[in-house]
Design a protein around this ligand. Structure first.
Ligand code: MG
Length: 371
């Protein structure tokens, strides 16, 4: 089987509410999504998506995905999409780095492989748990009152897991953590996500002041070095996501004990093929996981759900579903949707959800076998 054609679509996905990253910085309202359709000579079709969480969040750029695909397409064309490692190597040789540009192609190849095998991607990866995964909310950095309001809004939709964004102001961060803890219900999972918004002294002050609460902080510094520097000075468990990019990041974090939770972002790490290795490093080191796309439609959420389903139930904290934050839906009514705060793995072969092609508009690029 050979890849014969790659169609690339650009779709704007408006957010229901404008979003502020931690510390009130970086407001944005629309996500730039790239949807990829891979066609084969055997008639199988695969769908992939790459949607960065704005272009100010991490080094990932919506138009950069489309430019990256233009560069990589000739090297991927003609390969067997079921041989995901060969496709991965071809992309890595054609364009070192730029992992976020690779994830939609990797995803579409896994979709095809699953369809050919007649089983969901998670099963093809070695076994997918059918235990529904809790969806974590994303509670933007706001005042105490607004934080309560947003959490209640998610609770009304059945959410039991929350990622509360903090950072940037020591006093306000301590107040918000204490307030959310005071309203936390039994069984609720809350992660305080700093999104790199603290300097080392800020991190130590907030984490020390909240030590009695026994809470977990995500990405409490900019880099692995920042997180390592304060590691032995506080008692709080730490989750890493933004600086968990390569397998080398994962092995360093595991060996040096820099994190107790890995937040694996599929678009950030370059797709399912690369993410599966990070998952295994985590499992081998007693590190639990939280899986998410970096943003996007139900397609991206579903990809994350497949990886989450390959993690033992006890080690998988939650997934994130960006779809609930959007006002546009490219696969209306299809694929895994919020059911009382959880996502259920689809039973259809491959990814288990396809977009409505009419919602994608015309392709912005088409690459095909020329000879
Ligand atoms: Mg995070």
């Amino acid at each position: 089987m050979k890849i014969t054609r790659i169609l690339v679509y650009h779709v704007d996905l408006p957010l229901e509410y404008p979003y502020w990253l931690s510390g009130g910085r970086l407001k944005f309202e629309v996500l730039d999504a790239t949807i990829v359709k891979i066609e084969t000579d055997a008639g199988f079709i695969g769908w992939g998506e790459g949607t960065p969480w704005g272009h100010t969040y991490v080094p990932a750029h919506g138009p950069g995905i489309r430019a990256g695909i233009e560069t990589m397409a000739p090297f991927v064309m003609g390969l067997d999409p079921r041989k995901v490692l060969e496709v991965e190597r071809a992309m890595d040789l054609a364009l070192p780095g730029h992992l976020y540009a690779k994830s939609p192609i990797d995803m579409a190849c896994w979709d095809i492989a699953g369809k050919v095998a007649g089983i969901p991607i998670a099963d093809l990866m070695g076994g997918g748990s059918r235990t529904p995964r809790p969806i974590a909310s994303s509670v933007g950095a706001k005042t105490i009152e607004e934080t309560r309001e947003v959490i209640e809004r998610y609770r009304a939709r059945g959410y039991v897991a929350h990622s509360v964004k903090i950072g940037g102001n020591v006093g306000r961060d301590i107040e918000r953590v204490r307030d959310v803890e005071s309203m936390r219900k039994p069984g609720e999972i809350v992660l305080y996500d700093v999104n790199r918004g603290w300097t080392r002294q800020q991190a130590l002050r907030v984490m020390s002041a909240c030590e009695d609460l026994n809470v977990m902080f995500e990405q409490p510094g900019e880099t692995l070095d920042d997180i390592a520097a304060i590691r032995n000075k506080h008692a709080s468990p730490v989750s890493l996501d933004e600086c968990l990019v390569t397998l080398q990041d994962a092995t360093r974090a595991a060996n040096e004990g820099l994190a107790e939770l890995f937040g694996i972002k599929l678009n950030r790490v370059g797709g399912l093929t690369k993410a599966a290795r990070i998952r295994d490093v985590a499992l081998a080191h007693g590190i639990d996981m939280f899986v998410m796309a970096t943003g996007g439609s139900v397609l991206a959420d579903t990809e994350a759900l497949h990886l989450a389903a390959t993690i033992p139930d006890d080690n998988c904290f939650a997934v994130w579903a960006c779809q609930d934050m959007l006002t546009a839906d490219i696969a209306e009514g299809r694929g895994p949707r919020n059911k009382n705060g959880h996502l259920h793995l689809p039973e259809e072969p491959g990814l288990g959800v396809e977009p409505d092609e009419a919602a994608l508009g015309n392709p912005v690029a088409i690459y095909e076998v020329t000879s």
